[in-house]
Design a protein around this ligand. Structure first.
Ligand SMILES: C[S@@+](CC[C@H](N)C(=O)[O-])C[C@H]1O[C@@H](n2cnc3c(N)ncnc32)[C@H](O)[C@@H]1O
Length: 256
């Protein structure tokens, strides 16, 4: 293959140096045919180097997105510990909690997955978008090599969570579907901006509701759903309680 291989209308895979060409070729093959449709005018380049990054070009501007589990921002959030709203919503803030396993069914760029694993629980993460999946997989491998302890508690499956085999269960199932029909605010942060643009409107409300029903069947203790502050509750089902922050809230559905 040449240095650059077009794998989809909007992504090209580029080896940053000769030594990364084989890996770039493998990735290009695994992403071939994705996404199969042009969803926005932006172009993306997956750069294969000692780390994978996505470079997004929009006219004359370009932005780079890399998942870094050792970033200062993420370390700060981990440091917040049991005051973090997600940690509280999942019930991990109590000394006596009995949560040992969490399914993060919508892993995305893995920030929330990491926050949960940093609390010492095993996290089974699912990501169904192949491009987002390879970025996350690469970041987790780097974190494992660097000896960052949450990484050893995370298993990633790059597939639709609902298609997981064998049948699974966990104490907590967490959903952060992000998109919903109706007006939505611009995403904050480069990573979320990339996800919003790349994934577009694919996540329709019926899809979300099916995932929600799936989650509730699997969770032994609670299902936690991240929502925009003013978004309606999922599938019209009233949560047991809500925890709200400045920009979003967590709807908590306790079992039984
Ligand atoms: C808002 S993002 C999640 C962001 C994530 N919480 C974080 O901290 O980076 C939602 C992600 O869920 C993925 N997704 C949506 N439905 C899914 C499903 N049924 N199975 C697996 N992944 C799914 C999307 O591809 C997207 O990457």
């Amino acid at each position: 293959m040449s240095d650059r291989e077009i794998v989809a209308p909007r992504v090209e895979v580029v080896a940053a140096a000769e030594s990364y060409r084989d890996r770039a070729a493998q990735l290009a093959q695994s992403l071939a045919g994705e996404p199969g449709e042009i969803r926005s005018p932006r172009q993306y380049r997956l750069v294969v180097d000692s780390q994978l990054s996505i470079v997004e070009t929009d006219g004359r501007r370009s932005t780079t997105v890399v998942i870094d589990f050792d970033s200062a921002a993420l370390r700060r959030r981990v440091k917040a510990g049991t005051t973090d709203l997600l940690v509280r919503a999942c019930g991990l803030h109590k000394q006596s909690h009995s949560v040992t396993s969490v399914i993060d069914a919508t892993a995305g760029l893995g920030v929330d997955t990491w926050i949960l694993a940093a609390q010492g629980v095993e996290v089974l993460a699912f990501e169904r978008d192949p491009l987002v999946g390879v970025l996350l997989d690469d970041a987790l491998s780097r974190a494992r090599k660097a000896g960052l302890s949450p990484a050893s508690l995370i298993s990633l499956q790059c597939t639709d969570a609902r298609a997981s085999l064998p049948p699974i269960a966990a104490d907590v199932v967490y959903l952060d579907p992000m998109f919903s029909k109706g007006p939505r605010k611009a995403a904050s942060g480069k990573g979320m901006h990339f996800l919003q643009d790349w994934l577009g409107e694919q996540f329709e409300s019926e899809d979300q509701e099916e995932l929600f029903r799936w989650a509730r069947q699997l969770s032994r203790q609670r299902t936690v759903v991240k929502r925009g502050l003013k978004a309606p509750v999922m599938a019209g089902v009233t949560p047991t309680f809500q925890i709200s922050g400045k920009t979003h809230r967590f709807d908590v559905y306790q079992q039984g």
